[in-house]
Design a protein around this ligand. Structure first.
Ligand code: SF4
Length: 426
């Protein structure tokens, strides 16, 4: 592979300090977090300054970066104190702030020199003139709108050398990059000020106006409730397109997501990038299906390529398909491993039972299948059949070496039907 390719960073969401550390250990080159001011995702466990400092120290020790999202729409008076806030972030060692409101951009530029500014996707940058404009204002990077196609992305790259960040994985918004007031109406929570309650994903009965008040039926059957919930994006099998078009940062959505999700997705995209850059297109093709299969272990909706290869029609965009996939549950993590006895000490995160079929996975895309055997309490050594207590330390026999920090998941009985979110028979 040519050395002229940029190796894009894998940028993962981190809703908490624990998720920040997990994302970085599992391969994220950078993480984005929320501060306690100016951020969207007001419920996503926003970081205090102390937590940010700890996160930055951890990131630096692992050669990674921390960005802070400050992308809310500011009304009169909201911007008060922003200069001091930005200076504090800079002095903590935050690598960049992600901002959309020009008022906050002006304040950060004037009052916190040295703090890099990235334009948020909330600003809907969709053409190269827009990127050139923001570069002239001193911004280092622009996060493209999710609605940009691959062809447009390629054109944008040809006309500007400002850094480009593009979404590769996670939830799509049925509105235009979050510009929506559905949540404001339905739950009095402002989507553009961090409060989106995902009202579009609720189930609705649809009434045509002439029949208002009556449920329409089709061939005698009551129509299913309608949801505007968009499918999720996954660009895992198109990472070569992203690299060939010079994207600097591959963004994963989901600051509300679990450590199971964050570790799996960060690890998988890192594996994709490193394989394509270091080993070439053939090596990437050889592992592509494994990468796709891995992401399906944490998929919560159908996956699609968003707007990159054409504007999705109703069937592609809406969450109507009914794929049945194996259901995986995160059940624990490895605390230590004793190679002489082949014993792993694990921390329980969900019910574990003797005889469960489990999978260990770890940074670098390592996987080990195993059956839970000789389950014991770490404290007393007592043999047990079932471990129901969260965070309890347990011992199990493991046939192959595992490492501290490896995660453990188990395949649930049956398959999950993504549409109805219920377990169904195969
Ligand atoms: S309610 Fe749905 S469409 Fe509106 S901002 Fe939230 S996720 Fe987007």
């Amino acid at each position: 592979m040519s050395s002229t390719h940029i190796r894009p960073e894998v940028l993962a969401p981190a809703g908490t300090l624990e998720k920040l550390k997990v994302a970085i250990r599992y391969g994220a080159d950078a993480v984005y977090i929320g501060g306690q001011a100016y951020g969207l995702r007001s419920r996503a466990g926003n970081f205090s300054f102390e937590e940010m400092a700890e996160g930055v120290a951890f990131a630096k020790a692992h050669n990674a970066k921390v960005y802070v999202a400050a992308n809310m729409v500011t009304h009169e008076g909201n911007e008060k104190g922003a200069g001091e806030w930005f200076r504090t972030l800079r002095d903590i060692g935050i690598s960049a702030v992600i901002v959309s409101d020009p008022a906050l951009i002006a304040i950060a530029t004037a009052e916190a020199p040295g703090l890099a500014i990235h334009l948020s996707t909330q600003s809907s940058a969709t053409n190269y003139e827009t990127l050139q404009f923001w570069q002239k204002q001193g911004l280092e990077r622009v996060v493209l709108a999710r609605e940009v196609s691959m062809e447009e992305l390629s054109e944008i790259r040809k006309h500007t050398d400002v850094e480009i960040e593009a979404f590769v994985h996670g939830a799509m918004c049925i509105s235009y990059s979050g510009r929506c007031v559905l949540s404001n109406y339905m739950s009095l929570r402002d989507a553009n000020r961090g409060g989106c309650s995902q009202s579009c994903r609720w189930k609705y009965d649809l009434y045509d106006l002439p029949f208002a008040g009556e449920r329409k039926s089709v061939e005698g059957k009551i129509a299913e409730p309608f949801s505007m919930s968009a499918v999720d994006m996954s660009m895992i099998d198109h990472i070569p397109d992203m690299i060939e078009n010079g994207v600097n940062s591959l963004k994963i959505e989901g600051r509300m997501k679990s450590i199971h999700y964050v570790s799996t997705v960060a690890m998988t995209y890192k594996k994709a990038v490193d394989t394509y850059i270091d080993k070439g297109a053939e090596a990437f093709e050889a592992i592509k299906q494994d990468l796709v299969d891995e992401l399906w272990k944490v998929a919560q909706r159908e996956l699609n390529t968003g707007f990159y290869y054409g504007t999705p029609d109703e069937n592609m965009q809406l969450f109507g398909a009914r794929r049945k996939i194996p259901q995986y549950k995160f059940v624990g993590e490895v605390v230590s491993y004793d190679a002489t006895t082949g014993t792993a000490t694990i921390r329980q995160r969900n019910v574990i039972e003797e005889g469960d079929a489990i999978e260990f996975y770890g940074p670098g895309f390592t996987h080990t299948d195993c059956i839970i055997s000789n389950l014991r309490l770490a404290e007393t050594g007592e043999t047990i059949d079932r471990a129901p207590n969260p965070m309890e330390l347990l011992l199990i026999d493991v046939p192959q070496a595992v490492a501290p920090g490896d995660m453990i998941r188990k395949a649930e009985a049956g398959l999950v039907n993504l549409y109805h979110e219920e377990t169904v028979k195969a």
